[in-house]
Write a new protein. Structure first.
Ligand code: UT7
Length: 339
């Protein structure tokens, strides 16, 4: 537990593409129904990137908004970390293109491949860099362009995902903001916990298109370069590990459920979120939810939801927010942050 948090969130931002695709729109593409998608997942719409729009474009837009919210400039950044499994191209990483588009120079910029847990991983990495003094201001982005990574012939996955980006700018907890409450304890990251269980790597993956099995014509024909998921395995693991890691991170921060003002969970399935809420004994009204509008945007889902809740005034200065996410890896994690 950091009695004096080392790192705080100075600003949040998000970008969601304008093109909205409803469940009924998907009925024209695969054998599905609005009713099935809504009742099995809670998703009603998702946003898809426009033709020509890229992962780094979305990430850059979210990053600019987070910098504006923080009252900082690109020149203030010391590090760019981008959580994504859908970078513009295999190499270099999306973070290098975000750096280019922001017009930042020389600062380190790298991607983390932790799928839906990418933002929580990024937050943890930023906390370490700032805590050791290696960096002062860090940009962390969660961004995915999953509409181009799913198999449009596989109804069990293609209806679930959406595109978008969310970003935060972090700095030392000694940095103040005009909205800070003078009487409140110092804002910041109170604890983080990360986990990976590689024995479940096959449960949710993009099986080919990498160095083991490059994108041959056969791979492309079988859509093996697209997202594959055993939904029920992932579902069970998600309920168990999201609840367990949330309980662990609260304990590490020295907090109990009633100390948490909001939970911002990864937005994959309303049934998962409901079961996690039950296990934690925490009311669903205190969860920030937006999967109805965006579907599962993987690493972008927490920072998009966070930004929406900060901007609409749900999350207030001084409040304590729990975030938890799980996805391909299987990788998961949780964080508690005081705003
Ligand atoms: O973000 C990373 C983490 N990912 C997750 O957390 C996802 C976790 N998994 C899930 O959210 C759920 O498992 C799914 C939403 C993916 C699937 O829900 P489910 O209740 O586990 O459904 P199921 O796979 O057991 O399928 C039930 C039925 C099957 O038909 P039969 O075999 O019972 O006749 C499927 O073929 O639903 C059928 N089905 C569909 N029907 C209409 C599967 N997808 C669709 C669809 N439209 N899109």
């Amino acid at each position: 537990m950091h009695t004096h948090p080392r790192t705080r969130i100075l600003g949040t931002g998000c970008y969601t593409p304008a093109r909205v695709v409803s469940n009924s729109d998907l009925e024209a593409i695969v054998e599905t129904s609005d009713e099935w998608i809504a009742t099995r997942t809670g998703i009603r719409r998702r946003h898809f990137a426009a033709d020509g729009e890229t992962t780094s474009d979305m990430a850059t837009a979210a990053a600019r908004r987070a910098l504006d919210a923080a009252g900082l400039n690109v020149a203030d950044l010391d590090l760019i970390v981008v959580g994504t499994v859908t970078p513009d191209q295999p190499s270099p990483g999306a973070a290098t293109l975000v750096q280019q588009k922001l017009g930042a120079t020389d600062i380190p910029a790298f991607d983390i491949s932790a799928a839906c847990a990418g933002f929580v991983y990024g937050l943890t990495i930023a906390d370490q860099f700032i805590g050791t003094g290696k960096a002062r201001c860090v940009l962390v982005v969660g961004v995915e362009l999953l509409s181009r990574a799913v198999n449009w012939n596989d109804r069990t996955t293609c209806v679930l995902f959406g595109d978008g980006a969310g970003a935060v700018v972090l700095g030392p907890s000694s940095m103040t903001r005009p909205s800070d409450r003078p009487d409140a304890p110092r804002p910041g990251i109170l604890a983080t916990q990360l986990f990976t269980d590689g024995s479940l790597a096959e449960a949710l993956c993009i099986p080919a298109g990498g160095a083991a099995r490059p994108a041959t014509l056969e791979v492309l024909a079988a859509a093996e370069n697209k997202v594959h998921m055993d939904g029920q395995d992932v579902f069970r693991t998600a309920v168990k590990q999201l609840a367990a890691s949330s309980a662990q991170v609260m304990k590490a921060a020295g907090l109990v459920s009633r100390d948490i003002d909001w939970v911002v969970p990864h937005q994959a399935n309303m049934r998962i979120i409901t079961q996690v809420a039950q296990r934690l004994g925490y009311p669903l009204e205190r969860f920030v939810l937006n999967l109805e509008e965006y579907g599962n945007t993987s690493s972008a889902s927490i920072p998009i939801a966070l930004d929406e809740a900060v901007r609409d005034g749900r999350i207030q200065p001084g409040q304590q927010v729990l975030m938890c996410a799980l996805g391909a890896g299987i990788s998961w994690g949780a964080a508690v942050v005081r705003f």
